[in-house]
Design a protein around this ligand. Structure first.
Ligand code: SF4
Ligand code: SF4
Length: 377
């Protein structure tokens, strides 16, 4: 909150609620600068966490004008939380920049990529609904089942075999048929900078699942939306939101060993939203360890220090070349460590990696489904 001796945020007064986070960065020696995948890929001071927060601060106060060079930087963030891990204050840069996006867009200042996401969201949501309806033919789906599975729009539309694996795994773990939530969680609206539409969409989503006893979600971004961003937008779901990988970890003794081919290796990539976002590091490793019969290989930077895939925060829409550079860097780290198969647990990372390499990239849902099916034989 503002002290009497502090200047007003006359251009973006709504950011007053983020004064502490903004000032913490503005007056900081930038201990986190090497953590940011965006400024590492495109080394510009304005793209460091400090630079992005400082620009949002100066825009809010009216010290600099609203123009692309001062406002687009709020969208130059994958929301990976890596800066928070290096920060003595554990400052929430990503969420603060989400608020800056919203405030700046309301003043008519958002990059083209974000505006396009907002303009096409309704079409995107309808396409997601159609894709999910196709999955309703899955043998484990019954529309009046108690458990609703949120498959995730990127899986449903662009990783269909993995979407089926999510449904298979969720149903086998639940021990009964499941139904599918047909809507997108609405996260693109939040990331693009429209918190009012995100909140309205979240309310619709809540209504669509109100009679269900539980919700199972697999995609790390969707899980963050339901568990963290919905409550922050004032939308609290009445039923528990369970992560598929956590359920699998609790039921780890039900997972069968699925042997790798000779000389084949699997390395686990921590999705930022699952790891630093939700604090889920060990469940996927326990699951993979059980299925593979040995712990998965690791990146040098893993768990809290894991590097981003470049696919989050709408960066592929707002800064596609930078997003690509971040993805390529992560893949290059993998190759330097010996390559092999990457397994991850987020559709954005899965698809970004697959676009940039011929190496095999899997989703952990595939391994869980394969293992559970093997257990039933
Ligand atoms: S996130 Fe922390 S370390 Fe980084 S600039 Fe802000 S206050 Fe400094
Ligand atoms: S959350 Fe990630 S991408 Fe965003 S400023 Fe921090 S380190 Fe950079």
């Amino acid at each position: 909150m503002k002290r009497p001796d502090q200047r007003e945020m006359r251009t973006l007064p709504v950011l007053e609620e983020r004064r502490r986070e903004l000032e913490t960065c503005v007056f900081c020696p930038k201990l986190c600068r090497s953590a940011c995948p965006v400024s590492n890929a495109e080394p510009r001071e304005a793209l460091t966490p400090w630079g992005k927060m400082s620009l949002a601060y100066f825009v809010a106060h009216g010290d600099v004008g609203l123009e692309p060079s001062t406002t687009d930087t709020a969208w130059a963030c994958t929301g990976c939380y890596a800066c928070r891990e290096r920060c003595d204050h554990r400052n929430e840069v990503g969420p603060t920049l989400l608020d800056a996006r919203n405030a700046q867009r309301k003043k008519g200042h958002a990059p083209f990529g974000a505006t396009r996401v907002l303009n096409t969201f309704d079409r995107h949501n309808r396409a997601t609904e159609e894709a999910i309806r196709e999955l309703n033919y899955h043998k484990s789906v019954r529309r009046d089942a108690d458990t609703a599975v949120l498959v995730g729009c990127s899986y449903a539309r662009a990783a269909i075999p993995e979407a089926r694996d999510v449904v298979t795994a969720a149903a086998v773990l639940a021990g009964e048929e499941v139904c599918l939530s047909e809507s997108c969680c609405g996260l693109p609206l939040l990331l693009a900078g429209d918190q009012d539409r995100f909140s309205a969409h979240a309310k619709q989503f809540r209504k669509s699942v109100e009679v269900k006893k539980r919700i199972v979600v697999h995609d790390a971004g969707c899980a963050m939306a339901l568990r963290v961003h919905y409550p922050r937008a004032g939308v609290v779901l009445s039923q528990p939101v369970e992560l598929l990988v956590e359920h699998a970890a609790r039921a780890v003794t039900r997972l069968s060993h699925v042997p790798l081919k000779a000389n084949e290796t699997v390395r686990y990539h921590d999705p930022c939203q699952l790891g630093r976002g939700l604090g889920v590091y060990e469940a996927p490793r326990a699951v993979l360890g059980r299925i593979l019969g040995e712990p998965p290989k690791e990146f040098d930077d893993n768990r809290q220090k894991g590097m981003c895939s470049g696919a989050g925060g709408l960066l592929p829409s707002t800064m596609p070349e930078v997003a690509k550079e971040i993805t390529v860097q992560r893949l290059s780290d993998h190759v330097e460590l010996g390559g092999g198969r990457i397994v991850t647990a987020c559709a954005s990372s899965l698809l970004a990696f697959r676009t940039r390499t011929e190496l095999p990239i899997d989703d952990i849902a595939t391994w869980i489904a394969r293992s559970l099916e093997a257990s039933r034989v």
